[in-house]
Write a protein that binds this ligand. Structure first.
Ligand code: NAD
Length: 500
């Protein structure tokens, strides 16, 4: 008889559907598919009974699962494109590039390297521990929970899932409640490949998420806002569960006086306006050297017209805002910023029926406005000019550490200065956002923008316990040091402290 390490009292009144039943005015579709408390408990029990077995699977077995997952995703390419178009008009090309390809390349990378990641790593043993050998063994943490946001609904479910499976965990996955069409396809994919006792989808909003957070997991991987990240960490602390928090923040772009403006503009337009700015890594605001500001703004407007036309609402290559709540938030921030005296350089058009906000560029945005106090997470780009480098670092360092910081420059000294005088989860020089796609780099934030790292081997480690193992082959020095601490033994310690 297995006793569960938590209080699963089904008489407890958690109203799992409560947060989503009346949410039409917030732009949230009603989710009749939300997981009930008893279903959630059933899944948890199944995984609790199974996690040891899953943890002992070989590299070959895990690779086979990853390959099946890859196939299930790629065979549903069209369904995923259609679902994301339905959810927030996400262009098919962006689904291919930033959701499907990113996940399949993650899987390919894990398949290629998993055997070596899982292999115990011998390490050196100090001479004072003579006659022993040491190694690091990678064991799965056990039962994992993944909570994902809506903005890259496929990528942010499957990328951590790949790491969790590679590391040999059971997983309960809660995708976002906002992207319901995509969620239905995600469920099909996961149910086709996995039994619930290994990987299961849990559907619902905040109440379901909170019910999940009451359970005792061995690791929680959360992607979302810093505000909810704190709630997750607090819940995890009750069980001393380890967490990976992939959060957001205000990621600045610095463009110095030596930057190549045309190349810079193309790269910023891509990183900022893909997914209509609803990207954790999107440039949040730009700090451009005063000598380049005019050229930068002119080239930016030209490129925006070239990429999305005079009216981006006609463009099939420009996404909508995900729901009414976020649309109203962005529209409100834009209007109040204009009221406070910011200058519209481009865009500014909002269409409520389509949840459309034009690619928008602003100048002279007040630093105390919501646009500069919160993560923008939408297609609005404030641009500031600077005269000397300290103004840049002072502004950036007055805010929380960002998820990313981008520098456009040809000047080595400037690049070194900006790197040395700021801190960020990650950085790109003369490019933006694509560092997330390099599986050799750790991806994640720092403090307010996140805790822990994902991607490739870093993701595997996040879901693994690095167990240090020492084996003694010969008589140990400890035997020589057993009490009573005779004069000879103390002399031996003197020698150790002095020479070893
Ligand atoms: P969110 O934090 O509102 O929601 C994320 C998940 O948490 C959802 O599944 C939601 O159901 C759940 N949730 C929401 N409120 C909760 C609560 N009170 N208790 C428990 N669970 C709750 O985030 P979002 O709006 O879906 O996504 C936007 C945020 O995510 C932005 O801040 C963005 O920067 C960040 N983000 C970060 C990354 C990254 O990799 N670092 C990637 C994408 C998005």
């Amino acid at each position: 008889m297995i006793s569960l390490p938590l209080n699963l009292d089904s008489s407890k009144s958690i109203v799992l559907n409560g947060d989503i039943s009346i949410s039409h005015e917030l732009g949230i579709s009603r989710m009749d598919t939300a997981t009930t408390l008893s279903e959630l408990q059933e899944i948890y029990k199944k995984q609790y009974r199974n996690f040891h077995e899953i943890g002992q699977t070989s590299a070959k077995e895990r690779i086979a699962k990853l390959k099946r997952l890859r196939k299930a995703i790629t065979t549903r390419r069209k369904e995923l494109q259609d679902a994301m178009w339905k959810d927030f008009k996400k262009p098919a090309a962006e689904v291919d590039l930033s959701e499907i390809y990113t996940v399949t390349s993650d899987i390919d990378f894990a398949v290629k390297h998993l055997r070596s990641w899982m292999r115990p790593k011998p390490v050196r043993t100090p001479i004072t521990m003579l006659g022993a050998s040491s190694k690091v063994v990678y064991e799965p943490k056990g039962m994992a929970l993944i909570i994902a946001p809506w903005n890259y609904p496929v990528l942010l479910v499957f990328a951590p899932l790949v790491s969790a499976i590679a590391a040999g965990n059971t997983v309960m996955v809660k995708p976002s409640e906002f992207t319901t069409a995509t969620l239905a396809v995600i469920r099909q994919i996961i149910e086709e490949v996995f039994d619930q006792k290994e990987v299961a989808v849990v559907e619902g909003g905040i109440a379901v998420s909170q019910a999940l957070l009451e359970l005792k997991f061995n690791h929680i991987f959360f992607t979302g806002s810093p505000t909810v990240g704190k709630i997750v960490m607090e819940a995890a602390a009750k069980h001393l569960t380890s967490v990976t928090l992939e959060l957001g923040g205000k990621s600045p772009v610095i463009i110095d006086e030596t930057a190549n403006i045309n190349a810079t503009v193309a790269r910023i337009v891509w990183a900022k306006f893909i997914n209509a700015g609803q990207t954790c890594l999107a440039p949040d605001y730009v700090l451009v050297h005063k000598d380049k500001k005019g050229a930068f703004l002119a080239a930016l407007v030209k490129q925006l017209k070239k990429s999305y036309g005079e009216d981006a609402s006609d463009s099939a290559d420009y996404a909508a805002i995900v729901n009414e709540k976020h649309y109203q938030r962005l529209k409100g921030h834009l209007e109040s910023s204009l009221d406070k005296g910011s200058k519209l350089v481009h865009g500014g058009v909002c269409k409520t029926s389509e949840k459309y906000i034009a690619p928008t560029v602003l100048e002279d945005v007040a630093l105390d406005s919501a646009l500069m106090q919160e993560e923008i997470f939408g297609p609005i780009l404030p641009v500031f000019s600077y005269t000397n480098r300290n103004e840049v670092t002072d502004l950036i360092n007055s805010k929380e550490k960002p998820l990313a910081l981008y520098i456009y420059s040809k000047n080595k000294k400037n690049i070194e200065f900006f790197m040395a005088n700021t801190s960020a989860g990650g950085s790109c020089i003369n490019i933006s956002a694509i560092h997330i796609g390099n599986p050799h780099l750790p991806f994640g934030g720092v403090n307010n923008s996140g805790i822990g790292k994902s991607n490739g081997h870093f993701g595997f480690l996040e879901f693994s316990n690095q167990r240090g193992v020492m084996r003694q082959y010969t008589p140990s020095i400890i035997q020589l040091l057993l009490p009573p601490y005779t004069h000879l033994k103390r002399r031996l310690l003197d020698f150790t402290l002095r020479w070893l």
